[in-house]
Design a protein around this ligand. Structure first.
Ligand code: HEC
Length: 103
């Protein structure tokens, strides 16, 4: 009986959570072209070097771009990049970028 409960809990857990978001894959696909493979490039000579940002700074910048509350002259470009991302994807991206030097 105990095992049935444990197994059901495991199934419930995996059933509910969709597959985890891969921040590295997302970054390579959607961001590396402009920000550089190691996030050390200034996009269009306009962005800051985002590998220097902390995880929290990246999250707040990305949400700010989505909401139109963050950014400078080229914020429209970033808004179109991040508009379709949900919280989980933003967190995964921020986690990856803020640790990018360690990969
Ligand atoms: C088409 C080029 C392009 C792509 C693709 C792109 N960015 Fe950007 N990014 C920029 C530019 C240009 C800026 C500076 C915008 C501004 O003026 O505020 C910027 C700014 C940023 C900033 C804030 C840095 C600052 O200067 O304040 C972060 C964080 C960021 N991008 C993360 C990302 C992430 C994560 C992705 C992938 C989902 C991404 N970018 C994709 C061009 C791009």
């Amino acid at each position: 009986m105990k095992y049935i409960v444990i197994i059901s809990v495991i199934f419930l857990f995996f059933g509910c959570s969709s597959k985890p978001v891969d921040g590295a894959a997302l970054y390579k696909e959607d961001c590396a072209n402009c920000h550089g493979k190691f996030a050390r490039k200034s996009a269009f000579g306009k962005s800051q070097v985002i590998s220097d940002f902390t995880k929290e700074e990246i999250i707040s910048a990305l949400i700010g771009y989505q909401e139109g509350t963050y950014g400078r002259s080229m914020k429209g470009m970033m808004k179109s990049q991040v508009k379709s991302f949900d919280e989980e994807e933003i967190t995964a991206l921020a986690e990856y970028i803020s640790n990018i030097g360690k990969y």
